[in-house]
Design a protein around this ligand. Structure first.
Ligand code: KG4
Ligand code: ZN
Length: 351
């Protein structure tokens, strides 16, 4: 089964072809990072317009790299929530148009489920071990940070165990990087600089790391860095900057790894999984593997290209549902079967 995935929920326009075993036949990402860099964050209107400009050629390129034409596809999957509405609409309408024109089965995919299943993608040749169900997963991205129990590869089998009460972990990386003049997105820049720094150089809080709750909080660490910068300015030496980045990174990744492994122990599972852009962080990957091992738990980490936003994870999450015979109606809002449960507002109904 060859499934085209389309992703346009935020600032990456992505298209990929993946089979139901997670083998990636093509994966194309056109990033808007430079477009938004001068603003220090994503501007929704600019994002939608850039998706419109690029989505067509990104899809054509993904099909060409997989050696396919649209009519050869067995299914089309598209991110239909959560995300910037204008941005989502571009991908959803393109996917619907393609599905309609070629009479191809179509499903909407929750972006967060895509991240949770990214660990199943196989990009190279050779052995690729995947986690057994059930597992406990940490999803840490620019917009979300939460820990889930995952009993199967669909939204209905995913249960949230805890999450951030304020900033997402990636958002904290981005805000701290902005304070330090490192540009957007901040995670990769901090990760790079932290490599040469001393993680104990600057004492920073590790909020909620000593409670049994699986909830987290990252705005305090960011505020602490902000007041340091206000008092002393941005470190003027390379060493000073590296030390501050390493200390911040150690504080955030320490909390994430500790909560994830604690959740796995509590749930009695033997596998933990990382997902989301922050899962690309070297220290988070290393700490998680080490702490999990100390508890007799195995850590499964996606390849770096599968961590940040991509359409391959959407195609795979869609392929699993399509292979089970599921199809979606063509509306933007996912049904409860396709979306992770979230706080809902009472609808006003039709008049
Ligand atoms: O999953 P993603 O690409 O988009 C969202 O769904 O939000 O995650 C983007 C986030 C950004 O906040 C970025 O700074 C962070 O992931 N990120 C990292 C690293 N690479 C990306 N954070 C820490 N270390 C990294 N190496
Ligand atoms: Zn994402």
């Amino acid at each position: 089964m060859r499934v085209l995935g389309i992703e346009s929920s935020c600032d990456e326009t992505g298209a990929a072809v993946v089979d139901e075993n997670g083998r990636v036949l093509s994966d194309v990402v056109q990033s808007q990072v430079e477009l938004h860099a001068t603003y220090g964050g994503v501007i929704p209107e600019l994002a939608s317009r850039d998706h419109l400009r690029n989505a067509g050629h990104v899809v054509r390129e993904a099909l060409a790299r997989a050696g396919l034409e649209a009519k050869d596809l067995d299914g089309i999957a598209v991110t239909n929530r959560p995300g910037l509405v204008g941005a989502l609409l571009v991908g959803v309408q393109l996917a619907k148009g393609l599905a309609w024109a070629n009479e191809t089965p179509f499903v909407g995919v929750d972006h967060l489920v895509g991240h949770l299943l990214a660990v199943f993608l196989r990009r190279g040749e050779g052995e690729h071990e995947v986690p057994p169900f059930p597992f406990v997963a940490l999803l840490a991205s620019g917009g979300h940070t939460a820990i889930y129990r995952v009993d199967g590869p669909s939204a209905s089998r995913v249960k949230e165990l805890g999450g951030t009460r304020d900033d997402a972990a990636g958002e904290a990386f981005d805000k701290v990087a902005k304070l330090l003049g490192l540009g957007y997105p901040g995670g990769p820049a901090i990760d790079r600089l932290a490599k040469d720094g001393d993680p104990k150089a600057v004492p920073l809080p590790a909020p909620m790391s000593h409670t049994t709750s699986l909830d987290m909080s990252f705005s305090g660490i960011k505020t602490q860095v902000a007041s340091l910068v206000r008092e002393r300015g941005v470190p003027s030496t390379e060493k000073g900057l590296a030390d501050l980045c390493a200390s911040f990174q150690a504080s955030v990744t320490g909390v994430l790894a500790k909560k994830l492994v604690a959740a796995a122990v509590r749930e009695g599972v033997t596998a933990v999984v990382l997902g989301g852009g922050v899962a690309a962080n070297r220290e988070l990957r290393a700490r998680t593997a080490e702490l999990a091992r100390a508890h007799g738990i195995r850590a499964y980490v996606p390849e770096v290209a599968s961590c940040t936003d991509n359409a391959a994870m959407i195609a795979y999450a869609g392929a699993v549902r399509l292979a089970a015979g599921e199809r979606d109606a063509w509306d933007l809002v996912a049904t409860s079967a396709t979306a992770l449960p979230r706080a809902t507002r009472k609808g006003r109904g039709l008049r």
